[in-house]
Design a protein around this ligand. Structure first.
Ligand code: ADP
Ligand code: MG
Ligand code: ZN
Length: 484
């Protein structure tokens, strides 16, 4: 190996497969509840248990959701709907095959736009197809046995597969966040990785920077957060480099991410080439979706995050940061717009929503709709601060009290006598007292050390119980001393 080769630059190539559980009321091919967290084996029936003589019936809602996702992915929708059997044996798969889509995925050839340092980048979507989830195996180490829960069997899934277009772990992380936000906007899934509603497998390879063909990939599984996906990819890219630079070859295999040890571990001792013997499922007759259905789903698509972001910047004159934080939360973005309808101060409203309100939501661990606040309530509060009735600090306290009690800003201001004191006579009495008590500071101000005025304002503020208008205090103190 030449010296040049040792310091060889590599390019990382990544493709991601996301499995998304659809939040329909019932499962994809039977009437069982599609519900997380029930007692084991309570949401089951002969169909999803794969008992002989039963027949699957497609839940139409899953198809509508899949079309919706496909359209949002800018993909081509296959109106010809066909299901196939993917055959393999595993105890969590009672039928011995998974119903999936092989040659006619609902959607193919789409893209997702992500933001990168070098500007927007298009990540190709190879396909998105419908399939059913398998059951869940639980390994009981005390009794040294495995248990199986079939509640998850037949949960509707959509699998979204990218082209190998991602070029770093960071880009993959950004893609996942962009995709997740879009899926949340569509309202097709709760996208909760902790519950397993969203799962991601990552395929990764490296190649010499100037190469046009791909290197051998490995597939990574068992990451239970986007951060874990990023860490697993970073680790695996490092491992690939090490293997190749030391003259070895990457073996195509599936590896499991060990989050505790932060390493990837080979899943099987030797890689079996899978032959799933795909064939059309004879129990589910192919059919064609009416173009009217496609039009209807298209008409019901919500404004998607990327479009909303641009609109917020343009329509409300927000900066990219403020608009970005609002768009991260669809409900907050809607709340923002209803506030703007009755009070034309978008920047001020955005500051409140992205500051004090976001803090309250995080502390209370709730979304904006669970705060029990209307846009009218918030506007009343913002106006009280803008009109000088409340200091900014007191405004935030009033917000907390409003959320605790469900009362309006006006009611709380009255009850707690929180209104900011701007009355000259009241303030002057406080100022005089403070001036008397702090002769040293007064002397310093007289000698031109104006920093001491800040100290006096602070003292006066304390005396007023935080209710004084600090600007007014400053004026009065300076005036009093210069006239003394
Ligand atoms: P397989 O047949 O092994 O499942 P696919 O062609 O279906 O492979 O691709 C699965 C995923 O792996 C896709 O997201 C794809 O973009 C990605 N992928 C394919 N080849 C590579 C490669 N050489 N390096 C990284 N990712 C790849
Ligand atoms: Mg594949
Ligand atoms: Zn069932």
């Amino acid at each position: 190996m030449t010296h040049k080769n040792m310091s060889q630059a590599f390019e990382t190539v990544i493709g991601l497969e996301v499995h998304l559980q659809l939040s329909t009321k019932t499962k994809i091919f039977c009437g069982c509840a599609n519900m997380f967290g029930s007692a084991p084996n309570t949401n089951v029936c002969p169909v999803c248990l794969g008992l002989p003589g039963t027949l699957p019936v497609l839940n139409h809602q899953t198809l509508l959701y899949a079309i919706k996702v496909g359209l949002a992915l800018n993909a081509h929708i296959n109106p010809f709907i066909k299901f196939d059997r993917k055959n393999y044996y595993y105890p969590d798969l009672p039928k011995g095959y998974q119903i999936s889509q092989y040659d006619f995925p609902v959607a193919k050839d789409g893209f997702v736009m992500i933001k990168t340092d070098k500007g927007p980048k298009r990540i190709g979507i190879k396909r998105a197809h419908l399939e059913e989830d398998a059951g869940k195996l639980m390994h009981d180490n005390t009794d040294n046995c495995s248990l199986v829960d079939y509640n998850r069997t037949g949960t509707p899934l959509i699998e979204i597969v990218t082209q190998p277009d991602l070029r770093s772990a960071g880009e993959s992380y950004d893609y996942l966040n962009t995709l997740k936000l879009m899926l949340q906007y569509l309202g097709v899934s709760d996208c909760d990785m902790e519950k397993g509603s969203l799962r991601c497998d990552a395929n990764v390879s490296i190649r010499p920077a100037e190469s046009t063909s791909f290197g051998t990939k490995t597939e990574l599984k068992n990451m239970n957060s986007f951060r874990a996906v990023k860490s697993a990819l970073e680790y695996e890219v490092g491992r690939h480099k090490q293997v190749i630079l030391s003259g070895g070859k990457i073996v195509q295999e599936t590896l499991l991410w060990d989050d505790q040890k932060s390493v990837t571990v080979a899943m099987r001792s030797k890689e079996q080439a899978h032959d799933y013997r795909y064939f059309p499922d004879p129990d589910l007759v192919p059919f064609t979706v009416d173009y009217k259905v496609l039009d209807q789903v298209r008409a019901e698509l919500p404004e998607l995050p990327g479009v909303k972001l641009e609109r917020f910047i343009k329509q409300y004159g927000l900066n990219e940061y403020d608009a970005g934080v609002l768009v991260m939360d669809q409900a907050a973005a809607n709340f923002f717009e209803s506030c703007c309808e009755s009070y034309n101060q978008p920047k001020k409203i955005a500051n409140w929503l992205n500051g004090a309100m976001l803090k309250e939501m995080n502390e209370r661990k709730v979304g904006i709709s669970e705060l029990g606040l209307t846009s009218v309530n918030l506007i009343e509060l913002i106006k009280s601060v803008e009109d000088g009735v409340l200091s900014h600090l007191a405004g935030k306290e009033v917000l907390t009290l409003m959320l605790d009690s469900g009362k309006s800003a006006g009611q709380i201001i009255q009850q707690q006598s929180l209104a900011q004191v701007s009355d000259d006579a009241v303030l002057m009495a406080i100022v005089d007292e403070i001036i008397q008590q702090n002769p040293t500071a007064v002397e310093q101000i007289k000698q031109g050390k104006f920093a001491a005025a800040g100290f006096l304002v602070g003292q006066a503020m304390k005396k007023s119980g935080g209710k004084a208008n600090p600007k007014k205090l400053n004026e009065l103190i300076t005036r009093r001393i210069s006239h003394a």
